[in-house]
Write a protein that binds this ligand. Structure first.
Ligand code: GDP
Ligand code: K
Ligand code: MG
Length: 259
């Protein structure tokens, strides 16, 4: 089978290094339509399957505030790949996990790639894979783009996910905002968005695109909306901190002490 695989991650987490490990020299660069952001693609054969990779622009969020965020978000939302790799920096997971939660709101076919695992071992930090899997509802692969560790396991996992391997999904809970999210979802016409929950959430967060699509359709209290805009990212960060505390042990790196 042919599998399209997108690489998503914060800047500097090793996305391009992992991409190079996956595809070797078989890559080509173009531009995304209409913008001067590079579109890097490449393919590899793996156990009778063609894996086609797209290295998306590095981003901290998917709220489409910058061109890079918008290219990444629009690609995931409008041209969903079969599998998405969330490349995380294992040494600095907070922002990576935040982006993971946002990515999981668009697609459930995500693999959490815990990169720079060589450094984790060197610094004698322990990460419990099963805690990460349990709390995020995604399969986890530890990799090092430096040594090549985990790359074969990652390609096997990509094929498994593309073939429909079931993962126990976690529905992220926005607590007191759940009622408002459902209220907005109910006001969205069926033919407008397939993923109404995502549209509702992004509308609440003030995302330009979803606001423009929904501002004349959805009626909600303005004070609630304003509060939600700042609280929703906070709820995600609280959860990220909780998961890091559950999953990380051994030698503590500085940021964990501050959580
Ligand atoms: P990108 O911005 O996400 O595409 O990140 P790059 O692939 O350009 O890598 C950023 C930096 O991290 C480079 O200096 C890489 O050599 C380094 N790097 C990437 N992956 C690893 C890894 O698994 N282990 C270690 N130790 N360094 C890595
Ligand atoms: K790095
Ligand atoms: Mg890069």
């Amino acid at each position: 089978m042919v599998v399209t695989v997108a690489l998503v991650g914060n800047p500097n987490v090793g996305k391009t290094s992992i991409f190079n490990r996956l595809v070797g020299a078989r890559q080509y660069v173009a531009n995304w339509p209409g913008v001067t952001v590079s579109k890097i693609e490449g393919a590899t054969e793996w156990k009778g399957n063609t894996l086609h990779f797209i290295d998306l622009p590095g981003t901290y969020s998917l709220s489409s505030k910058s061109i890079d965020e918008k290219v990444t978000r629009d690609f995931l939302f409008f041209s969903p790949p079969n599998v998405t790799l969330l490349i995380a920096d294992s040494l600095n997971p907070e922002q990576s996990f935040y982006l993971l939660i946002e990515t999981l709101e668009i697609t459930k076919s995500v693999i959490l790639v815990m990169n720079s695992y060589d450094e984790i071992k060197r610094q004698k930090i322990k990460i419990d894979k099963y805690e990460l899997q349990k709390h995020f509802g995604v399969p986890v692969v530890f990799t090092s783009a430096k040594t090549g560790e985990g790359i074969s396991e990652l390609k096997d996992m990509i094929v498994d996910i593309a073939k429909g391997k079931k993962i126990k999904n976690v529905i992220f809970d926005y607590k007191e905002y759940e009622k408002i999210i459902v209220d907005i979802e109910d006001q969205i016409p069926d033919d407008l968005f397939k993923n109404k929950r995502y549209a509702a959430l992004k509308y609440l967060e003030g995302d330009e695109y979803f606001v423009s699509k929904l501002e004349n359709i959805v009626k909600i209290d303005n004070t609630i909306k304003e509060k939600a805009m700042s609280q929703i990212p906070k709820i995600r960060y609280e959860y990220v901190k909780y998961v890091i505390k559950e999953a990380y042990s051994g030698n503590k790196i500085e940021y964990i002490k501050t959580l």
